[in-house]
Design a protein around this ligand. Structure first.
Ligand code: DGJ
Length: 728
């Protein structure tokens, strides 16, 4: 049983195979966070064993029964503003009388098998019924506000998800000013926090730092989850690493402005919260209306970051991604962006396509520049009709010719955007996000369509549907290339303008829900100048993401290593491009570029019609290796063995579903002369089993590979290897 309520202690036990999460009602009223960690089937009430400290603060908190003077000392399950807790609140509303104080008390709960979808939002699900849900209803008896805390327990996945629904049962209108999806008060304070920071072409860099007194925020204010931070973080014991230590991982199924805060208070506890960013957010809730928070994903691991990552990976793969491509092998694609940029003709594309077919590529993706009069990033977003000067027979003609070559056809679109130089803008100047009377700031020469408007969402859905219905298109790269500015909507009243960022995300989700329903056979790849919106919300609609515009193999080590903390290889678009690399000017061997891309979903972004015979042969080998082993990386368990953030060497290991095949990827970042070989020890093999190295037929026991390991030269830059070990 995933969820049990013990009446005698008023405790809710949320149990997965290896973990427990326990909530306790204080005096039958206030939900406290009692425990989150290794599985625990019985614990005494917090007060009886001193699990909550008495505060010595001279502040009396009416909401807090004796012997506590203040809820500031309590591990609160859902902290609200204004009742004595002086840490960051998870919830704050403004009432019509100007008050911002809410007192929430337990009313009732229900436990049931299954899990409802969250209205208007992407959310996790289970196809095999191994999920139970607990809803705890809290109410403010003065204002009539009602808050439902939802917990879904994915027992076999060791994952718990949380979300919050607010309903206004009071007479007046309230304004939600802050609503976190999950809040976690730990007993201990000796933690580090690990988060992902970055920028364009430098996404997912790992930073780990001690949690110290005060509050840290990792957030996005740019309208999308963004390059600068990611809605994912871990709070972990100081001694925790890849294989040991307590780790508490958090993810948010959301693609807009988010906030992760980590706070250490004077009493030595740490509060971690994740949810919509309260910055520039407020939501008006009239009598009878409800507001649903996005869903947070919580993963505890007692064996370091590796276990945490594998739990996130399997959960996102199987309980978040949807559609026929969820488990289906993805096509190997050739994308013309770095090969031609905007400068292409149909015959140039077909030359690339023919060469691609020869080496085993499955699909041709036509990137930016096929529509309107777009020959640079200056115009035509919104004018999604084919440029017949470039493609004389239109998209249909190109699709037909590609099909004759034996390739599927995919296209790039950026449907959320509008160029000032476009017919769409000339016809609908108020359709973009803007503030009347103010300059409309351009970024990449474009503006953002206002997806809080139903007419704009309908236009996008209809336009994309028109293209996908008319042409034989089996893939869309859905791009989004700028951040918000001048945030305003022509239709929203003044007192709802701060709803725009969240309404935008809801509009986007409604479009994607409709399109994925109408075109279930189309593979959508998420892109936002690379990994600028690589988040669980988008994974619900699009099972793969173009991870970064940086295709340099060395940079990819950091980017993909960081992304792998939370996101599985099956979601990570990785392409081989030309050298010198277009982003950093570096020259790396084609072998390393291929090996790095084989860690994700393989593609090429190169003018193959100019590649040499040797290069084409090597690429053909990479593709056939990928096709043979892609299920190991896409569906197997991943182990990070050596971190490029710590040394000049990176190594990953994957074990297939059936434990028969092991792939070991190694990369030298910066070779040094006379350097002794690097010894890489593997993980999670069967000690007494034997494994044969397919490259040289040597046999090794599992215990040898795990204790002694294999050695790799590191006396030269950019040496890479993929070692295939088969159980024998
Ligand atoms: C940004 C993407 O990340 C690139 O891969 C490419 O599609 C360009 N946009 C096209 O404008």
């Amino acid at each position: 049983m995933g969820i049990v309520f013990k009446e005698e202690t008023e405790q809710f036990y949320l149990s997965t195979v290896h973990t427990s999460y326990i909530i306790e009602l204080l005096a039958g009223k206030i939900p406290l966070h009692a425990y989150w960690g290794k599985r625990l089937d019985d614990m005494p009430p917090l007060i009886s064993w001193g699990g909550v400290a008495e505060s010595r603060l001279p502040i009396c908190d009416v909401n807090c029964p004796p012997p506590f003077q203040s809820s500031n000392s309590l591990p609160l399950e859902f902290p609200v503003y204004g009742t004595g807790d002086m840490r960051e609140p998870a919830f704050c509303v403004l009432y019509e009388n100007g008050s911002r104080v809410t007192v929430l008390e337990y009313c009732e709960h229900k436990i049931y098998t299954g899990k409802p979808h969250l209205p208007g939002l992407p959310s996790s699900y289970s196809e095999d019924g191994d999920v139970q849900t607990l809803e705890i209803v809290l109410a403010d008896h003065v204002t009539g506000l009602c808050v439902t805390l939802s917990y879904s327990v994915f027992e076999n996945k060791d994952v718990i998800t949380r979300s919050v629904r607010v309903k206004n049962n009071g007479a007046g209108t309230v304004r939600i000013e802050k609503l976190a999806s999950a809040s976690f008060d730990s007993y201990d304070a000796d933690f580090d926090v690990l988060h992902l920071h970055g920028d364009w072409a430098r996404e997912f860099h790992i930073e780990r730092r001690p949690v110290q007194y005060g509050v840290m925020h990792f957030d996005s204010k740019c309208g999308k989850s963004g390059h600068l931070a990611n809605p994912a973080a871990a709070v972990l014991e100081r001694n925790a690493d890849e294989t040991v230590g307590d780790v508490y991982g958090f993810g948010l199924i959301y693609s807009g402005n988010f906030d992760i805060s980590v706070e250490k208070n004077s009493l030595g506890s740490v509060r971690t919260m994740i949810g919509i960013n309260s910055f520039d957010f407020s939501w008006k809730l009239k009598h009878g209306e409800s507001f649903q928070s996005p869903e947070a994903v919580l993963v505890y691991s007692d064996s370091g970051l590796g276990t945490m990552s594998r739990r996130f990976h399997s959960f996102y793969r199987e309980n978040l991604c949807r559609g026929i491509y969820k488990n289906k092998e993805r096509p190997v694609l050739i994308n013309n962006w770095e090969a031609t940029y905007f400068d292409f003709t149909e015959s140039r594309l077909l030359d690339i396509a023919k060469a691609a077919k020869q080496i085993g590529i499955d699909m041709f993706v036509l990137d930016d520049g096929w529509f309107g009069k777009r020959n640079s990033a200056d115009s035509s977003l919104g004018d999604w009709f084919c440029n017949y000067k470039k493609l004389p027979d239109g998209l249909a003609g190109l699709g037909k010719k590609l099909s004759d070559v034996g390739l599927k056809f995919g296209i790039w679109m950026e449907p959320e955007m509008i160029s000032p130089d476009s017919d769409l803008y000339r016809n609908h100047p108020d359709w973009c996000i803007h503030i009347n009377g103010r300059n409309r700031n351009l970024s990449r020469n474009q503006l953002i369509l206002d997806l809080s408007r139903q007419d704009v969402c309908d236009y996008i859905t209809d336009t994309v549907s028109g293209i996908l219905s008319a042409e034989n298109i089996s893939y869309v790269k859905w791009d989004m290339n700028r951040c918000f500015s001048d945030i305003g909507s022509a239709l929203l009243p003044a007192d709802r303008q701060r709803e725009l960022p969240h309404r935008y995300v809801l509009g986007l989700y409604s479009i994607l829900e409709e399109l994925t329903l109408r075109f279930p056979y189309v593979l959508f790849e998420n892109c936002s100048s690379g990994g600028g919106r690589y988040d669980p919300g988008m994974l619900y609609y699009m099972p793969q993401t173009w991870c970064s515009d940086d295709s340099d193999a060395l940079e990819r080590m950091y980017i993909q290593y960081g992304a792998s903390l939370f996101y599985p290889a099956s979601t990570m678009g990785a392409h081989v491009s030309v050298c010198p690399n277009h982003q950093v000017g570096r020259t790396t061997p084609l072998k390393m570029r291929g090996d790095a891309a084989l860690l994700g979903v393989l593609g090429y972004e190169i003018d193959l019609s100019c590649s040499s015979r040797q290069e084409l042969e090597l690429m053909a080998q990479q593709i056939s290796f990928y096709k043979k082993y892609r299920n190991v990386t896409a569906r197997g368990d991943m182990y990070r063995l050596c971190s490029p953030f710590k040394e000049s060497f990176a190594a990953w290991q994957f074990i297939s579903d059936d434990s028969e095949t092991v792939l070991l990827f190694t990369f030298v970042l910066n070779g040094r002369p006379a350097e002794v070989p690097k010894r890489v020890t593997l993980q999670a093999l069967e000690l007494k089993e034997y494994y044969v190295n397919e490259n040289d037929n040597r046999r090794y026991s599992g215990e040898f590979l795990m204790n002694v390991g294999l050695t790799y030269r590191r006396d030269e830059d950019y040496i890479s290897n993929i070692t295939v070990l088969k159980k024998c």
